[in-house]
Design a protein around this ligand. Structure first.
Ligand code: TMP
Length: 206
């Protein structure tokens, strides 16, 4: 039996990771097998590649290299974790998936939506998300939260114009798409969690 594949998307600082952990606890309390993955990463190969992709020292990395590395991480994650988990009927929640590449590399880096989709196709195959939960937040609010949190990685260190393209890019590709549910990321953590679990309960009932 195929499980359920849920992806959480949003700009840096949108609070995705906090919400994913709350959702995982909620589903596990209801006795469901819940696999949590993150991108880039989630496998040994992927975590090694993550440390290359996000290393702020690699200022010379070309946009094409960046796109290919993200696609390679994803292909490995689908092969090793997401595919097998869905085949055995688990709920998979991924912190980012291909829409991140479409927005960050396709739109903000200017490589094009079609190029990025095509490059990712062989690695994803049949394992498309059932639902994408989009946490919408302005670039200003997102960056403010990040700056408070930790040392910024190579992508987070990009300027405000880049992050503006990310917020706008997400809205452009996700708003109105049938498999996407949008949430206001500027509300408090508990309210947002309640909204998310209402949607997930609805999805699971079906
Ligand atoms: P994270 O901070 O959500 O773990 O993501 C790491 C960074 O990588 C974040 O700035 C978004 C970026 N990213 C891309 O540029 N393209 C991608 O395909 C993915 C998955 C993430």
């Amino acid at each position: 039996m195929r499980g359920i594949f849920i992806v959480m998307e949003g700009p840096d600082g949108s609070g995705k990771t906090t919400q994913i952990n709350l959702l995982k606890n909620y589903l596990e309390d209801r006795g469901m097998e819940c696999i949590l993955t993150r991108e880039p990463g989630g496998t040994k190969i992927g975590e090694d590649l993550r440390s290359v992709i996000l290393n702020p020292e690699y200022k010379e990395m070309s946009s094409v290299t960046e796109m290919l590395l993200y696609a390679a991480c994803r292909a490995q994650l689908v092969h090793e974790v997401i595919g097998p988990a869905l085949e055995r009927g688990a709920v998979v929640i991924s912190d980012r998936f291909v829409d991140s590449s479409i927005v960050y590399q396709g739109i903000a880096r200017g490589l094009g939506i079609k190029t990025v989709s095509d490059i990712n196709e062989p690695g994803i195959g049949i394992y498309k998300p059932d639902k994408v939960l989009f946490i919408d937040i302005s670039e200003k609010e997102g960056l403010q939260r990040k700056v408070q949190q930790k040392k910024l990685d190579r992508i987070e260190q990009e300027g405000i114009e880049f992050h503006h393209m990310i917020s706008e890019g997400y809205r452009k590709i996700l708003l109105g798409r049938e498999d996407v549910i949008t949430f206001d990321g500027e509300q408090d953590i508990d309210t947002l969690h309640q909204e998310i679990i209402e949607c997930i309960d609805h999805l699971l009932e079906r």
